[in-house]
Design a protein around this ligand. Structure first.
Ligand SMILES: *Cc1c(COP(=O)(O)O)cnc(C)c1O
Length: 477
């Protein structure tokens, strides 16, 4: 036993814990985490002991490893990135950025007690939805409103509450798949509703709706075909016509709008997207749309429409399972309040600000950053300013694209695919990872969504001082 102990090539956990450098770590991370890290580091050395080129670590090295492990385990998995994909509402990069007002309001709701379900007038119990119902009905023209976790949940809940074990009539041209497992036929089934498909992929007529209505019909439905467009010999029945047919049979007319804008984007030179107020005015009884698409707020599913129907939806047991947190409600309320101030809307709501950002401003930004990025990457790379096309993203306006400007980075070698991938990896390893996209043998950094120019330029300048990316990229192939 004794011989074995003295032969151990490792210092004890205690001994490492008393090293001055490790004592400093205790200050920062607490002793429990430090001891855990020391054990793990010593264990990993022990596990490698039988390897041929194994070397006994010295105390400095062990302390360094302990510090590295603590740093790694203390750092967040969720991190800020630069979204230079050109897609403003990028689902994988978090969709809408919240307004400063929303961030402040969420901060309040996190730090302080708040009247989430408490009626300050009566002193009795309140309802959390009532916090946003007034502004939401005002902005949409609907009688009532409620909110759940996302639009997928909104569609599911509406169908479960209004069409359980009943028929819902929907055109074949609108059997949408959004991605991420949201497919209208599957959502219908999960909600317990029966999908009655009418018409064909390209053409559906009023008579198709008329014929499909029977004793078991619960609703007529339209789904906004947000992420595709069918062109050519195409007819769909307009909202007012479907509303008339539904109401003649005393049935509700449901619309899943997807992005659903609260304002007319064409006023700012953007392509037409359905406006919630307009579809309500055209006779829809229930409209669902996302909080973090064109609205520019938090992830949420907004349900607006007729009071009696909204009441049924709110009473459904699934509503409790899908209800939103106070953080979501705070962010949503602040976002919606910005819409009461149209003059400042584009300034205050980042999604709308980025979508309407003047091309000249993006081009000027590109011209300023081109030399910075070129210098950082070194002589192996060519960095040009090129016209680009941004997208709204999240399935909105799939066909239309918005003129933008990009830094286009290409390698001087002809076969540069591997070097481009390496460069893309390097950019993702930056302190604030830079996410672009590769197209036509170039790495494109669309600058529409870059607002923090100083941070972006700063980390490229740092990169230049550390190591030229050009050499690293070229030599690794
Ligand atoms: C985006 C979208 C959804 C899903 O909305 P989430 O908020 O992502 O859950 C549903 N329907 C349509 C038509 C959409 O465009």
């Amino acid at each position: 036993m004794t011989t074995q102990k003295t032969a151990s090539p490792f210092p004890s956990v205690d001994r490492v814990a008393r090293l001055p450098r490790v004592l400093d770590l205790c200050e920062e991370h607490g002793r429990t985490a430090v001891i855990e890290a020391i054990r793990a580091v010593l264990e990993s050395y022990r596990a490698r002991m039988s390897e041929p080129d194994y070397q006994i670590p010295d105390e400095d090295e062990i302390a360094g490893q302990v510090a590295a492990r603590l740093q790694q385990r203390g750092s967040f998995a969720l991190r800020r990135v630069f979204n230079l994909t050109g897609t403003v509402l990028h689902t994988n990069l978090g969709r809408a950025l919240l307004s400063e007002r929303a961030v402040q309001h969420v901060g309040m709701a996190m730090r302080e007690a708040c009247n989430l379900e408490f009626d300050l007038d009566s002193g009795g119990r309140g309802e959390r939805d009532s916090l946003i119902e007034e502004v939401l009905t005002e902005l949409t023209g609907a009688e009532a409103a409620t909110v759940v976790n996302n639009n997928a949940a909104a569609v599911l809940l509406v169908l479960a509450a209004l069409a359980y074990e009943k028929d819902v009539v929907l055109s074949r041209g609108e059997l949408v798949e959004i991605g991420g497992a949201f497919r209208i036929p599957d959502v219908m089934r999960s909600a317990g509703a029966r999908l009655v498909e009418i018409g064909t992929t390209n053409r559906t007529h009023p008579a198709d709706y008329q014929r499909a209505i029977g004793p078991n019909t619960a609703a007529l439905m339209k789904v906004h075909t947000s992420n595709y467009k069918i062109e050519g010999f195409v007819t769909q029945v307009s909202e007012p016509e479907v509303a008339d047919i539904a109401h003649a049979h005393d049935l509700p007319f449901l619309i899943d709008l997807g992005a659903g804008s609260l304002i007319d984007l064409t006023a700012y030179g953007l392509p037409k997207e359905p406006i919630v107020r307009e579809v309500i005015a055209s006779g829809a009884d229930i409209v669902t749309f996302s909080g973090d698409k064109l609205l520019g707020g938090p992830q949420a599913g907004l349900i607006v429409g007729k009071k009696a129907l909204i009441e049924r939806i709110k009473r459904h047991p699934m509503k409790r399972a899908l209800r939103v947190s106070k953080l979501t409600l705070a962010a949503l309320e602040a976002t919606l309040l910005s819409y009461r101030n149209p003059e400042h809307l584009l300034r205050d709501i980042p999604t709308l600000r980025l979508l309407t950002r003047p091309l000249a401003e993006i081009e000027a930004l590109a011209a300023r950053l081109q030399p910075v990025v070129a210098a950082a990457l070194g002589a192996a790379w060519r960095v040009e300013v090129l016209p680009a096309r941004s997208q709204v993203g999240s399935g909105s306006l799939p066909v239309d694209v918005i003129p933008s400007a990009a830094l286009a980075i290409s390698h001087h070698e002809a076969r540069s695919g591997a070097a481009l991938n390496t460069l893309a990896t390097r950019l993702r390893e930056l302190p604030v990872p830079v996410i672009g996209r590769i197209a036509d043998n170039r790495l494109l950094l669309d600058l529409r969504c870059l607002e923090d120019e100083a941070a972006f330029a700063g980390q490229f300048k740092q990169l230049q001082q550390l190591q030229p990316v050009g050499n690293a990229a070229a030599s690794s192939e």
